[in-house]
Design a protein around this ligand. Structure first.
Ligand SMILES: NC(=O)C1=CN([C@@H]2O[C@H](COP(=O)(O)OP(=O)(O)OC[C@H]3O[C@@H](n4cnc5c(N)ncnc54)[C@H](OP(=O)(O)O)[C@@H]3O)[C@@H](O)[C@H]2O)C=CC1
Ligand SMILES: Cc1cn([C@H]2C[C@H](O)[C@@H](COP(=O)(O)OP(=O)(O)O[C@H]3O[C@@H](C)C(=O)[C@@H](O)[C@H]3O)O2)c(=O)[nH]c1=O
Length: 303
């Protein structure tokens, strides 16, 4: 029975790992949050690992505020870079595998076909650069790692684009969404399920498939198209008395929606490698989004 230690207890991915745990009755999950281990202070990590003695660690913690990171570079690099290095070094000393989650924002988005794992990275902003620092640290410090790059993660938990849209659609007559940034929305539940499968594989003695993998849904779309889907499915699920039902979703250019951090224009990740290696393929966006909208519950739809 692998004991899985998850950093990032209160984040959306960690909460989805907790929600999926019952599907993996052989696994024991232990969650650590900011209260027990503040990742701005990397010296707190090693004692936590020694106290909890896991068979594998999932790092679901990160500084994820993409725009705020531009003004809090030091914190972003501490959490996404320095803490990840300390975690990887501590785990390497103890031969405990690490599953670390990274992002499509390590790419500059100037490509025109899905990025492969070995493609050149060139982040546009502080968040992407700090996540890249984390990737580099893991590869340098610890051979037994799986780095999973994912993108556009959503769930009913935490802060994410889907929840932002529910709120805006319930409050406004129209929402204007950029139609010139393309990526793959990924349900945190689907990601969590795949991570728990990988925990089982990666804790077996003969496992030899460590490395970097892309893991997203395989449907590329713009944020505007994703917004349209959110509205359509919410309307189907919540019906005519949903406050957001009449909201109009309009396409705009990124130049019409200025943000502190520049986002990639095209950050679609090819998931062929993880599919070929482990047979992992995530469900389609419509099904996963429907599941999240059902999970959120109608009574919260306008919150
Ligand atoms: N969200 C997305 O769209 C995407 C996310 N990713 C990656 O996936 C992973 C999971 O993301 P997601 O679940 O969405 O992130 P969330 O922002 O929902 O959760 C991140 C967690 O990290 C914790 N954390 C932040 N700073 C510290 C700190 N100093 N000490 C301890 N804990 C800290 C937060 O704690 P607290 O709750 O106390 O603030 C939070 O619980 C991350 O590595 C992220 O980079 C990759 C691609 C897309
Ligand atoms: C709220 C809003 C956003 N947008 C735009 C801004 C931005 O370009 C895009 C997405 O907005 P957000 O700020 O919600 O998403 P963002 O924080 O950029 O999401 C990213 O988070 C990090 C953690 C990741 O790793 C990435 O994969 C990605 O998911 O939509 C609009 O066009 N209209 C709107 O009303």
């Amino acid at each position: 029975m692998p004991k899985i230690l998850v950093f990032g207890k209160n984040g959306q991915l960690a909460r989805c790992l907790a929600a999926s745990a019952h599907e993996f009755p052989d696994a024991q999950l232990v969650f650590v949050g900011r209260e027990e281990c503040d990742l701005e202070d990397a010296s707190q990590i090693e004692p936590v690992i020694d106290r909890l003695q896991p068979d594998i660690v999932v790092n679901a913690a990160a500084y994820t505020a993409v725009d705020l990171a531009e003004q809090h570079e030091d914190i972003a690099f501490k959490v996404n870079g320095d803490a990840v290095r300390a975690m990887a070094e501590a785990l390497a000393k103890r031969a405990i595998p690490l599953i670390h989650v990274s992002t499509d924002y390590v790419f500059d988005g100037k490509g025109t076909k899905p990025y492969r794992e070995e493609d050149k990275v060139s982040p546009l902003g502080v968040y992407g650069n700090s996540k890249l620092a984390g990737e580099v640290a893991v590869r340098e410090a610890h051979q037994k790692h799986l780095i999973l790059r994912t993108s556009w993660v959503y769930s009913q938990f935490g802060k994410n684009f889907v929840k932002t849209m529910f709120n805006l659609m319930a409050q406004r007559d129209e929402v204007r969404i950029v139609d010139d940034q393309t990526g793959c929305p990924t349900s945190a539940h689907d990601l969590a399920h795949a991570i728990l499968e990988l925990c089982g594989a990666a804790t077996s003695a003969e496992f030899d498939k460590f490395g970097t993998y892309h893991l997203t849904s395989d449907q590329e779309m713009t944020w505007f198209e994703f917004g349209k889907s959110i509205h359509k499915i919410a309307l189907q699920e919540w019906g005519e008395d949903w406050k957001g039902k009449d909201c109009v979703v309009l396409p705009i250019k990124s130049s019409e929606f200025p943000t502190a951090a520049k986002r990639p224009e095209y950050s679609v990740l090819s998931c062929r490698l993880i599919n070929d290696t482990f047979g992992i393929k995530l469900p389609n966006v419509e099904d996963s989004l429907t599941a999240v909208i059902r999970g959120r519950g109608k009574e919260n739809a306008d919150a």
